[in-house]
Design a protein around this ligand. Structure first.
Ligand code: PEP
Ligand code: MG
Length: 316
């Protein structure tokens, strides 16, 4: 109980934000018990799964408003539907040749614009009831960002015409989960308000390992030097420009990686509510200046075995 209510700071006094990942409004109870200081990832596509129809604007508005209200002014980051690949709508067309590389997430949203605008209007309307932020999944190019921002403006305009209230300054963020996004980060930073690194997909796409295929699961390696290099670059570049950046992939909730991520400069983590107190405990015991030499060594190493040995030392 004590752990839940104290701020998350390292031994040297760096304040860290621990946010929660949720799938449905009913997860809120657990979030409140975890002491999370916000929702870093609301996987809104779960409102669309396991049903024959699509959720209406009002149904979505209700769901987003409940979450926003129960977080009482803390940030609630709603990711627009990340459908396709492993999360398909019933009865919809799907990319079957190579679904993870196909029409999923924002790519699907930009094709299914009525469905996307319905969701955007619902999120915007809910933003009158709490601190909501919009997060866009799977962005890879400026074309997609421009199109998305254009549709958000369109949704805002339609609500203004109907005199429906919403947060005019709502923050728009992008997921960094395709290597192209990590490599063109400066462009993302110019166009967006915040970033969230989706390491689950970033690892899948960087290493060309299907995250849903057990036959290659042994090759799915968050410590691959290419991943560490991308994470270091994104966190450093964003932080230097005062651009909020978090990680919402699985590694954020795994204490094996907590010190490593702190050492890379990460100050915002988002994870399942059940993982928050364990990660918090680890952060409270960590002293950043003392771990930095090992972090530098890890970043200079490009051999897997050595990286694993250094990580073990770091966590000792
Ligand atoms: C990710 O890719 O890391 C992520 C958080 O999104 P999802 O796991 O829902 O694809
Ligand atoms: Mg993802």
């Amino acid at each position: 109980k004590r752990l839940r209510s104290i701020p998350t700071t390292t031994l040297d006094g760096t304040l860290i934000e621990l946010h929660a990942n949720i799938e449905l409004p009913q997860d809120i109870e657990q979030v409140r018990e975890s002491g999370a200081t916000g929702i870093g990832l609301f996987r809104s596509e779960f409102l669309f799964l396991n049903r024959d129809d699509l959720p209406s604007e009002n149904e979505q508005f209700e769901a987003y408003s409940i979450v926003a209200q129960s977080m009482r002014g803390l940030p609630v980051t709603i990711r627009t539907f990340d459908l396709g690949a492993d999360k398909n709508l019933k009865n919809s067309y799907r990319s079957t040749i190579n679904p993870a590389l196909g029409l999923r997430a924002i790519r699907l949203s930009l094709v299914e614009q009525v469905m996307f605008l319905t969701q955007l209007r619902a999120i915007l309307r809910a933003s009158a009831h709490g601190q909501i932020r919009i997060l866009i999944p799977m962005l890879s190019s400026d074309y997609e960002i421009n199109q998305t921002l254009h549709l958000i403006d369109h949704a805002k305009k339609s609500l203004q015409d109907e005199k429906k209230p919403f947060d005019e300054n709502i923050k728009i963020g992008g997921m960094i989960e395709i290597p192209a996004a990590a490599l063109c980060l400066e462009m993302f930073m110019r166009k967006l308000d915040f970033l969230s690194i989706g390491t689950n997909d970033l690892i899948q796409y960087t290493l060309a390992i299907d995250r849903a295929d057990d036959t290659v699961a042994h090759l799915y390696d968050p410590l691959h030097p290419s991943i560490l290099w991308l994470l270091a670059r994104v966190i450093y570049t964003a932080s230097r420009a005062n651009m909020p950046v978090s990680i919402c992939g699985e590694i954020a909730g795994d204490i094996q990686y907590t010190r490593l991520l702190l050492g890379l400069g990460l100050q915002q983590f988002s994870m399942y509510p059940a993982q928050i107190l364990t990660v918090k405990h680890e952060i409270l015991k960590s002293h950043l200046p003392s771990i930095m030499p090992l972090i530098q060594k890890i970043l200079r190493t490009d051999e897997s075995e050595k990286i694993h040995a250094l990580l073990a030392k770091l966590n000792n």
